[in-house]
Design a protein around this ligand. Structure first.
Ligand code: MTE
Ligand code: MO
Length: 333
């Protein structure tokens, strides 16, 4: 049995590993480092900024990705941050296998550079963005979001990125654009899981345009102050914190604006189980699982597992509730 230490790393964080604030790499410099693919740069500047995250892990394994604290309302929680180890080894990324431990082991074959994202469909200015264009598009922020999986577990993860709205504004959606489709990478050479027919590849997801434009909807490039590990969706993924985790597509390659509700991979696989909206809702059960409570990964297992009450819209109701005013959330689940 694998024995995990909680908050590992904290006790190993020695003073010499903490970079003084005045020595933080300036944005231009770390972008250069990213461009050079400089993994393994030992900088702990971000950790020094946030004591809670520092508890989780001293950064330094992947290229640093500093972000200022977010000004977006609701973008942080006082709940304890999940350990980096849990967030990077307990994953759903079916392109790399269906066991929680598969992606961490198999996603080494994903090549996050070079990378492009095609933004197309009902927009005035369609464009294929290179990863470096996207990294420079808007200042990065750190946001500590709850992530609630429909399977009944949750984590609290400090993401680094900016609101997807920043990118959307650049391409100028037409008045006819009502939805946004997100297409994620499907490359058999890099993704062993594509040999299985568990989903209809590529993994596609969708949001209504107003959901996609909501400031909480994050285009994430990093977590815990570093670029995303492959298993968490490198080099860029979506994070929609008030929806079940599967709405947050990993390793995005295409963003398409449409006038019709996009088909989504999970809806195609099991329409009665996964609706288009998939807002976290403790009052609407999934056919196989109640959604009333959740287990926070890292808080004990089996008989000792403490269950937390699941919050409406995953706790983001003050921010997003009005998006669904007047809608029957049982019908539009
Ligand atoms: N391309 C792709 N994106 C995906 C998935 C996937 O299998 N493939 N799984 C989803 C699910 S079910 C969850 S809960 C989250 C998990 O993100 P994490 O591993 O970073 O916690 O990613 C989502 N994005
Ligand atoms: Mo999930």
């Amino acid at each position: 049995m694998l024995i995990r230490t909680q908050n590992n790393g904290h006790q190993h964080l020695v003073a010499s590993e903490i970079t003084p604030p005045q020595d933080y790499l300036r944005r231009r410099e770390w972008l250069q480092q990213l461009a050079l693919g400089a993994g393994g740069v030992a900088l702990a500047g971000w950790a020094a900024r946030d004591a809670r995250a520092q508890m989780a892990r001293p950064p330094g394994k992947l290229a640093p990705l500093p972000g200022a604290k977010s000004a977006v309302s609701g973008a942080s929680t006082m709940e304890a941050v999940s350990s980096y180890e849990d967030a990077s080894t307990y994953n759903n990324y079916y392109e790399f296998g269906t066991d929680k431990s598969d992606p961490a082991a198999a996603a080494k074959s994903l090549k996050p550079r070079p990378w492009t994202v095609s933004v197309e469909g009902l927009v005035k200015a369609p464009k294929t963005f290179g990863l470096d264009d996207l990294l420079r598009l808007s200042p990065m922020e750190e946001r500590i979001y709850r992530l609630r999986c429909v399977e009944g577990w949750s984590m609290v993860i400090p993401w680094v990125g900016y609101s997807l709205a920043e990118l959307i504004k650049r391409v100028e959606p037409l008045g006819s654009a009502k939805y946004v489709e997100f297409v994620t990478l499907a490359d058999k050479a890099q993704m062993p899981g594509l040999r299985s027919g568990v989903l209809d590849w590529p993994y596609v997801e969708g949001l209504r345009l107003d959901e996609a434009m909501h400031p909480l909807t994050l285009l994430a490039f990093g977590m815990y102050g570093e670029v995303l590990p492959n298993q968490n969706g490198a080099p860029l993924r979506l994070v929609v914190p008030w929806k079940y985790g599967f709405k947050s597509g990993k390793s995005l390659v295409k963003i398409r604006f449409t006038d019709k509700e996009p088909r989504t991979a999970w809806n195609v696989a099991a329409a009665q189980e996964y609706g288009f909206y998939s807002n976290v809702n403790p009052d609407v059960a999934h056919p196989r699982w109640s959604q009333a409570t959740e287990r926070r990964i890292g808080e004990g297992q089996g008989l000792f597992a403490k269950r937390r009450k699941t919050l409406m819209f995953n706790g983001y109701e003050p921010q997003v509730g009005q998006l669904y005013a007047g809608m029957d959330l049982r019908k539009y689940f």
